[in-house]
Structure formats: structure tokens, C-alpha cells
Design a binder for this molecule. Structure first.
Ligand code: 5GP
Length: 110
């Protein structure tokens, strides 16, 4: 067991609004959304960042992000979608485990 906040979400020890999951990944709404539908995709197996995530886990994260980008754009009637990832503190990573942001974009949301 570790104290990682997202691992606690995976284990169901912290609340989350889950959007999708399979055996390798979990996707859930960001607690401080930039826009409605702002979703995080994480590998269920803990890794700190892009430099250490297992290739097969990364493949599942990116395929899930690709799939959810389309689902979120359509269901929220968004005008586009940003995919984003921060790696290491200097690059803006605030929460350690590997995660990809999916941010639906709307008219005049800048
Ligand atoms: P980053 O590390 O890429 O800068 O962003 C981390 C993201 O995780 C932030 O957008 C933040 O709102 C989100 N976040 C931090 N703690 C929690 C949490 O406990 N639950 C959820 N759903 N999101 C979180």
C-alpha cells in the first residue's frame, strides 16, 4: 500500500466521479476542473510520470484518452478537446502519479 492520492482513488479509499475504467486504467473527473468534463486518465499501477510508466500501461492510457476525447466532445457538445500532461514539478506536475488531462473546450472559454 502507498499513500499516493490517486492510488487511494483506484483502491476506492477516496471518493471520485469515475468516467471509465478497465483492467489497466481509471478515468475520473478532475476535482478542480478547468472546464466541464475535465477528466484525468491514470494507469492503475502506480508510476510517477512519463519517464517511468510501463509501456503497456502508457498504451492503455493513451488509447483511453483518445476514446474519451471523442466521447466527451460528443456528449458535452464541446467545440474541441485538449490533451495535456505535466511531467515533474518544474513542468507543472502537482500530483506525482502519471496522469493525462482531457479538457473539453467550448466557445469563449479562454
Ligand atoms: P498536474 O499535476 O498535472 O498539475 O494536475 C493535477 C490535477 O489533479 C489537478 O488538475 C488537480 O485539480 C487534480 N487533483 C488533485 N487532487 C485530486 C483529487 O483528490 N481528486 C481529483 N479528482 N483530482 C485531483
Amino acid at each position: 500500500m502507498n499513500d499516493c492520492i490517486f492510488c487511494k482513488i483506484v483502491r476506492g479509499e477516496l471518493p471520485s466521479f469515475n468516467v471509465y475504467e478497465n483492467e489497466k486504467v481509471l478515468a475520473f473527473l478532475d476535482i478542480h476542473p478547468v472546464n466541464p468534463g475535465h477528466t484525468l486518465v491514470i494507469p492503475k499501477k502506480h508510476s510517477p510520470n512519463i519517464f517511468e510508466v510501463l509501456p503497456e500501461d502508457w498504451a492503455s492510457v493513451t488509447e483511453t484518452a483518445r476514446m474519451l476525447a471523442g466521447v466527451l466532445e460528443k456528449t458535452l457538445s464541446a467545440k474541441g478537446v485538449n490533451l495535456m500532461m505535466n511531467n515533474r514539478e518544474h513542468a507543472g506536475q502537482l500530483v506525482e502519479p502519471t496522469h493525462v488531462h482531457i479538457i473539453p473546450r467550448f466557445t469563449d472559454d479562454t
